[in-house]
Design a protein around this ligand. Structure first.
Ligand code: PLP
Length: 415
């Protein structure tokens, strides 16, 4: 077997190593753990968040607006930092809306998407002056009533469930029968209702799916979304002011996966923006990203409580697990469980084979699902060592069942 035939994790060069320790936010890991005061914790690296936005800006046309979909990481300090870096925040509930407003995001540049928006949430959105991405006829009726009651015209865009899918997506959220958005076929009726209700129509929102690592599929979805929007723009009550083309950019989690090349996506958007000058002269493009902006900037850190050997297999039992990090355990939408990149954060030096072993990293929960690393080759670890799970900045703490089994909550820090 050649080296190439064994899939490996993409290199995680975003975190430096110093004196055998991983450095996060400029602080060696054991010192950071002392500063945090407990394990497990999540740490998000400010400098990396800034760098990621700068890299995206450099790759995408300047006219494209970059939004942060905060459900990927709703920690208030992270949202506060991101609000100052991106052009807008996408929220998916009134709870997220509050965090975005508190973070000083401009209401003009906040959009609110999601199926099943409650009456009170729509009221809060209209009162705040944010854009509502409509997902059903019911919302048109509710917003008409709210607009009248508050004396404020609701700002709306229509989330379209397209007649195509984002190929190669980890999670498909558009195309076919979906609870998201309004089917293309129902658009004439919906547009007429928006016009009758006097809502302030501003544009379209198309979100085809998440965690896509194939630039060609992303470009194809953007082209199809664009063509669909141009077609739909013929029958809108007001001119299209913006077109939210979604995002779905993925990050490498598993062996064999590579970082996406932004260049073709940037070129594609530039070409579409050129066409839009004639097709949709008043419209600007929006790209909304969650995972891609924050996912690589975060680590999850747990401490080894016990080193057990069962019938020859090493188990590192840690104080962290699926209750804090459901996605790393493989139980957040993955079909086949694969290992996230994992390291022993205080044993990062160059080691020879005799200092390495195959070990499984597990949590303290009474379920075999509580697995953070399945038979991985790691430096031989002892009780007290710090296990690091990389690529943990998105869909981590807030996407995990912290109440399950009554263990202590994790802490999150932005460093
Ligand atoms: C979840 C979601 C996003 C963010 O998806 P990522 O894969 O994290 O970039 C963006 N837009 C909408 C509408 C979403 O539901």
């Amino acid at each position: 077997m050649t080296d190439r035939s064994v899939p490996v994790h993409a290199p995680l060069t975003q975190f430096p190593v110093h004196g055998g320790e991983l450095v996060v936010g400029g602080i060696p890991l054991t010192q950071l753990a002392a500063r945090v005061g407990q394990t497990p914790f999540y740490a998000y690296d400010r400098a990396q968040l800034r760098q990621r936005v700068a890299d995206l800006r450099a790759a995408l046309p300047a006219s494209v607006k970059l939004h942060y979909a905060m459900k990927a990481n709703p920690m208030p300090a992270v949202v506060g930092l991101m609000a100052g870096l991106v052009d807008g925040i996408d929220v998916a509930s009134a709870g997220e809306l509050k965090v975005a407003l508190d973070a000083d995001a401009d209401p003009q540049e906040i959009s609110f998407a999601g199926p099943g928006k409650r009456d009170v949430e729509l009221r809060q959105a209209v009162a705040a002056g944010v854009l509502v991405n409509l997902e059903s006829m019911r919302e048109v009726g509710l917003l008409a009533g709210i607009s009248n009651a508050l004396g404020l015209a609701a700002r709306v865009a229509v989330r379209v469930n397209p007649d195509f899918e984002l190929k190669g997506s980890g999670m498909k959220m558009g195309g076919g029968p979906k609870q998201f958005g309004v089917d293309v076929e129902q658009m004439p009726e919906l547009m007429a209702a928006i016009g009758r209700a006097g809502l302030a129509f501003e544009g379209f929102h198309l979100f085809a799916g998440s965690q896509n690592l194939r630039p060609e599929s992303i470009c194809e979805a953007q082209q199809k979304s664009y063509a669909l929007a141009v077609r739909l723009a013929e029958a809108t009550p007001l001119p299209v002011k913006f077109l939210n083309l979604g995002g779905g950019f993925g990050i490498p989690y598993f062996p064999g996966e590579q970082r996406i090349d932004l260049q073709p996506i940037g070129d594609n958007l530039a070409a579409l923006a050129e066409r839009a000058k004639t097709d949709l002269p008043q419209a600007s493009f929006v790209i909304e990203l969650g995972r891609y902006l924050v996912g690589e900037a975060g680590v999850y850190v747990a401490r080894v409580l016990d080193r057990k050997i069962s019938r020859g297999q090493v188990f590192l039992v840690t104080d962290g697990g699926l209750h804090h990090h459901l996605s790393a355990s493989g139980n957040f939408g993955q079909v086949i469980r694969k290992n996230y990149p994992v390291a022993i954060g205080n044993r990062m030096g160059a080691l020879d084979a005799s200092e390495m072993e195959s070990a499984s990293v597990v949590g303290p929960l009474c379920t075999p699902l509580d697995l953070l690393g399945d038979r991985m080759v790691l430096p031989t670890a002892q009780e007290g060592d710090l296990v690091v799970v990389f690529q943990s900045g998105a869909y981590g703490a807030s996407a995990s069942p912290q109440g399950f089994l009554g263990h202590p909550a994790c802490v999150e820090v932005l460093v």
